[in-house]
Design a protein around this ligand. Structure first.
Ligand code: NAP
Ligand code: GLV
Length: 327
């Protein structure tokens, strides 16, 4: 019998063609929308390889639904907070992800959000489209300067570092707070390490989040942290929605505790239509498109296929989040 493989969405690039050429019993969820939870659980039965996206919760329940046949989980994302990695490890299942190939693309989007939120780009374009632009005005649509401002990066990993490089191109002063200090990046890019998060928040004009979502980073930015920021500060989140307490952010944006926010990720995702955050004039929300370039998404899909096929062959995954599974 051919190994049964579940792919939870049509993939970009030639990833699906590659899978179709393999001797696999390939099951594909054909919709552009994620499978509803009951359909996802039902389709896991007897699956040996799972290629999923960040929209699928691969928790204990899902692993139980898959049963003992499951040999590899491969997600087409660098973040893997949707996967119960420890439970996979206990079951001897390696988990693959797609680090590196999306780093610069996601940093580009984070910087685009920073510029757009600071200079009110979307609001200004809507103003023109609505026919409200009558004449050049010395007072309309004034934003905040980006060049020579201070950026605070929270999480100086792959994407955080690329964000720092972009900021240097705008002559920004860059501070960072991260779990590990990176002296080589400090000297190469002139970055300043700030051990206390609140100190970084109080000192910066822009705060950009680049930590993974973990038990330690859930609600890392809550009411107290937002109060620590300057009233003129702009918060950028391209990490994961729950890194920020969404209710506290709404309250802070509404009250003017901070000036604006640019969000590629929210909690929940998507925000329901009618969510009050969407009605605020000082928030720009994008539909989680950090890695959404044609080239990057094709590379991510190819990497996810590489991880999946290696797992099915019993080989070490090229990009494994739980290498302890091999010990
Ligand atoms: P990464 O290289 O692992 O960087 C994460 C950084 O956060 C590391 O430097 C890590 O420190 C630091 N960190 C972890 N926990 C921390 C904590 N409690 N406090 C302070 N710093 C902490 O990951 P990446 O490739 O840059 O990706 C980062 C995240 O971005 C992903 O996990 C994903 O959630 C998100 N993302 C979103 C999009 C999008 O479409 N919006 C696209 C790609 C990624 P260490 O150096 O000590 O490990
Ligand atoms: C996207 O959010 C990713 O983690 O790759």
């Amino acid at each position: 019998m051919l190994p049964k493989v579940l792919v939870t969405r049509p993939l970009p690039g030639d990833a699906l063609e590659r899978l179709r050429r393999e001797p696999l019993d390939l099951r594909l969820w054909e919709d552009e929308e994620p499978p509803p939870r009951p359909a996802f659980l039902a389709s896991l039965s007897g699956v040996e390889g799972l290629l999923c996206l960040l929209t699928e919760g691969v928790d204990e329940e899902a692993l139980a639904a898959a049963g003992s046949a499951l040999r590899v989980v491969s997600t087409m994302a660098v973040g893997y907070d949707n996967i119960a990695v420890a439970a996979c490890t206990r079951r001897g299942i390696p988990v693959g992800h797609t680090p590196g190939v999306l780093t610069e693309t996601t940093a580009d989007l984070a910087f685009a959000l920073l510029l757009a939120a600071a200079r009110r780009v979307v609001e200004a374009a809507e103003y023109v489209k609505a026919g409200r632009w009558r004449a050049w005005s010395p007072t309309a649509l004034l934003g905040w300067e980006v060049h020579h401002a201070t950026l605070g990066i929270v999480g100086l990993g792959r994407i955080g570092l690329e964000m720092a490089k972009r900021a240097r191109g705008f002559d920004m002063r860059v501070l960072y707070h991260s779990r590990s200090r990176r002296p080589e990046a400090e000297s190469a890019l002139g970055l300043t390490f700030v051990p206390a998060l609140h100190e970084l928040l109080a000192a910066t004009d822009f705060v950009s989040l680049h930590v993974p979502l973990t038990a330690d980073t859930r609600h890392l930015i809550g009411a107290a942290e937002l109060r620590a920021m300057k009233p003129t500060a702009v918060l950028i989140n391209t990490a994961r929605g729950p890194v920020v307490d969404q209710r506290a952010l709404y309250a802070a944006l509404r009250a003017g505790t901070i000036a604006a926010a640019g969000l590629d990720v929210t909690d929940p995702e998507p925000l329901p239509a009618g969510d009050p955050t969407l009605a605020l004039p000082n928030v720009l929300v994008l539909p989680h498109i950090g890695s959404a370039s044609l080239q990057t998404r094709a590379k991510m899909a190819a990497m996810a296929v590489d991880n999946l096929l290696a797992g099915l062959r019993g080989e070490r995954l090229p990009h494994c989040v739980n290498p302890e599974v091999y010990r």
